[in-house]
Design a protein around this ligand. Structure first.
Ligand code: DGT
Ligand code: CA
Ligand code: CA
Ligand code: ZN
Length: 571
């Protein structure tokens, strides 16, 4: 069980409180950045600390690293305690309301003494916000809806965080002599983008021993239920874990049932009914006779279906496809041959080119594209033309040095400007192997403007990939307004690949968008957008998301050999 999430929450709270307290205009930025980095870490922060490498986390300098250490050792940070005393507001609750940020929170606190969602709701209902400056009827209505969203959102967790929390629990359970089988179920097994609670299923020799062990494990903060076949706990990270024990002869049926989704299961049962069969968490029955149940494959087979991978179980046509033998042959992590979007310390990454290359070489990649930011992203120290030209020479040297087995590709993540033009001259773009273009500014453009802007960028004859196409940050920032259908059409016309950004907070495109893109023949690049060597491991989250989007190996350009990749993106 890692403390990554707790650390990130604490840093983020400091950032928010600093903005409300307001004595320093810039200090909060570094805390927000550090919180984002910790959220995205592919590794246990205590392991990083043990290596003495906290300061290698993007945005973490000496000061913040000391505070992280204090938090890991004592569970508190002096600065945070002081800020909480000065500003007794549950900032994380109010910040979860869409379009409500530190400025509004500060105003609500100073004018009306609002400190959390409940007091905000009360004040809204009593009409106390009606006379506040800048609070039109529309804004207030949005805020009401926003409270509901905040209440929902704050109870969900990024899939990567849930997986990082669940995996050691599963490993520990597997070691117990009384455990025969153990598996993650629920939305986490389906690899949804966000997770409500973690479901774990066990087949045990002696149930009570396993349950007693589970409810008293070191990561438990609170026991919510303790029974012989079902228990639930809350971890110190604030995650709920449901553990169920089912008998061996029902293990497959239990796993199938508790993996869900509910919609998938409902349709499956109705298919059973048509065949005179009854499906429940104990097995598949004809009358009193159990005809399947010990493993999942047996259940799907007896229903006349091919085995359906968990990532597809959302009742989005997978059951019909399984009946017709038309399920897609989904991409796997082993198919991936390279990464086309990573950053180094030359822009806003934390590791050197050499460190990033070493990490990629460990993955046995065939190719690897250095793609730092470009000049208009000044906060990320983006590169201008002359720095890019130097980078191009540097990569030529690296490729002839004989030090690297993989081909190092020349790339950049080029900014799409307000009018859809790019911030690097064509004469330089033409010398790059992979040009990715992304929106990093003016994300509140209206739909028409944003669509035109992005389409215009894709029309540039040097552009190969559209980076994180919708700009969303899960549980944080919605997609920007954009007509993806138009974007996909334009991309198709100009042979531009869509990125599936594998950063666990982005997973951009989503599953539905991925299906729509590949349906019209667009290709996908699954890229980590790594700013740190360990973030190369984000590739797994991208592959999970690709599978949820029915994506096959043939759809993914970075599963191709180098020569086929270059052919596929050729303009
Ligand atoms: P979550 O936790 O909100 O991310 O989503 P799930 O899908 O993990 O939902 P959860 O934890 O409530 O339940 C786990 C699975 O158990 C769910 O995917 C399907 C199954 N399940 C739970 N309740 C029901 C139910 O009332 N009917 C049916 N058919 N299945 C259920
Ligand atoms: Ca669940
Ligand atoms: Ca559950
Ligand atoms: Zn970007």
């Amino acid at each position: 069980m890692t403390k990554n999430r707790e650390v990130a929450l604490a840093l983020n709270e400091i950032s928010l409180l600093l903005q409300i307290e307001g004595t320093d205009k810039f200090k909060h930025l570094s805390y927000a950045r550090a919180a984002r980095s910790v959220t995205g870490l592919g590794e246990d922060i205590e392991v990083i600390r043990a290596r003495g490498e906290l300061e290698k986390i993007p945005g973490v300098g000496t000061g913040i690293s000391k505070k992280i250490e204090s938090f890991l050792d004592t569970g508190s940070i002096k600065l945070l305690d002081e800020l909480r005393e000065q500003v007794p507001v549950k900032v994380w609750e109010l910040d979860a309301i869409p379009d409500v940020g530190p400025k509004t929170i500060k105003m609500l606190y100073q004018e009306l003494g609002i400190i959390d969602l409940d007091s905000l709701e009360k004040a809204l209902n009593e009409g106390k916000l009606d006379d506040l400056k800048g609070m039109g009827e529309k804004t207030l209505e949005k805020m009401r809806e926003g409270i509901a969203i905040a209440r929902l959102g704050s109870s969900r967790t990024l899939m990567s965080d849930a997986l990082t929390a669940a995996e050691p629990v599963v490993t520990e359970l597997r070691r117990l002599a009384d455990v025969r089988q153990v598996e993650i179920a629920g939305s986490l097994r389906r690899r949804r983008e966000t997770i409500g609670d973690i479901d774990i299923l066990v087949d045990a020799v002696e149930e009570s021993k396993v349950m007693d062990y589970f409810v008293s494990a070191s990561y438990v903060e609170e026991v919510l239920a303790h029974g012989s076949t079902k228990s639930a706990i809350r971890t110190k990270d604030g995650l709920q874990i449901d553990l169920r024990i089912v008998p061996a002869e029902s293990y497959g049926a239990g796993l199938q049932y508790f993996t869900g989704s509910v919609d998938h299961n409902v349709k499956l049962r109705s298919i059973g009914v048509k065949k005179g069969l009854r499906l429940n968490e104990y097995g598949l029955f004809r009358g009193e006779e159990k005809i399947a149940g010990s493993d999942e494959e047996g259940i799907y087979k007896a229903l006349g279906l091919a085995y359906i991978p968990p990532e597809l179980r959302e009742d989005r046509g997978e059951i019909e496809a399984a009946q017709e033998g038309k399920l897609p042959n989904l991409i796997t992590i082993n198919d991936i041959r390279g990464d086309l979007h990573i950053h180094t310390d030359q822009s806003d990454g934390k590791n050197t080119i050499d460190e990033m290359l070493t990490a990629a070489a460990k993955k046995k990649y065939e190719y690897y594209c250095l793609s730092d930011h470009t000049q208009s992203l000044t906060i990320a120290n983006g590169m201008d033309e002359s720095r890019l030209l130097k980078r191009i020479d540097e990569i030529d040297d690296l490729n002839v040095s004989g030090n690297w087995r993989m081909k190092i590709l020349k790339g950049a993540e080029v900014d799409i400007l307000a009018d859809g033009s790019l911030d690097i001259e064509d004469s330089v773009l033409s010398q790059l192997d992979v040009v990715t273009v992304s929106v990093h500014s003016r994300m509140k453009d209206d739909k028409k403007k944003m669509t035109e802007r992005v389409c215009h960028a894709l029309e540039n004859k040097h552009v190969h990939v559209l980076g994180h196409p919708t700009g969303r940050l899960l549980l944080k920032r919605p997609e920007f307004e954009i007509n993806l259908e138009d974007v996909f059409e334009t991309a198709k016309k100009h042979n531009v690949v869509m990125e599936l950004n594998a950063h666990p907070q982005r997973l951009d495109l989503n599953a539905g968008n991925l299906r729509a893109a590949t349906r019209i023949g667009l290709k996908i690049a699954i890229n980590t957008d790594a700013h740190y060597t360990s973030e190369l491991d984000f590739m797994q989250f991208g592959v999970f998301q690709a599978r949820r989007g029915w994506v096959t190996k043939n759809d993914v350009v970075n599963s191709y050999s180098l020569s086929n990749l270059m052919k596929a993106i050729k303009k």
